[in-house]
Each structure stands twice: as C-alpha cells, then as structure tokens.
Design a protein around this ligand. Structure first.
Ligand SMILES: [Zn+2]
Length: 47
C-alpha cells in the first residue's frame, strides 16, 4: 500500500513541496515552510 503524495504549491513564493498526509496537515495549520504564507486546500493536489 502506498501513501498518497500531495504536491503543495505555495501561493506566495511558488515553491512546491511533495508531502504526505501528515505533512499536509502540518502545512495547512502552520503555513508555508519557506515564507509562512497560509496554505489552503486549493493549493494542494493529490498525485
Ligand atoms: Zn511560501
């Protein structure tokens, strides 16, 4: 079984991150790891 990978693109700095479900939750709560901009569900895609 594989863990779904999510790609997050920050709306502010346009960095993309590949995250798993746990990291996704962290980004939604804490914001972008680079610039701190809020991350919303719309910034996430599931591969
Ligand atoms: Zn950012």
């Amino acid at each position: 079984m594989t863990t779904p990978t999510h790609t997050v693109v920050c709306p502010e700095c346009h960095r993309s991150f590949e995250v798993d479900a746990g990291m996704r939750e962290t980004l939604l709560k804490a914001g972008c790891a680079v610039c701190g901009a809020p991350i919303v569900d719309a910034d996430l895609t599931v591969e």
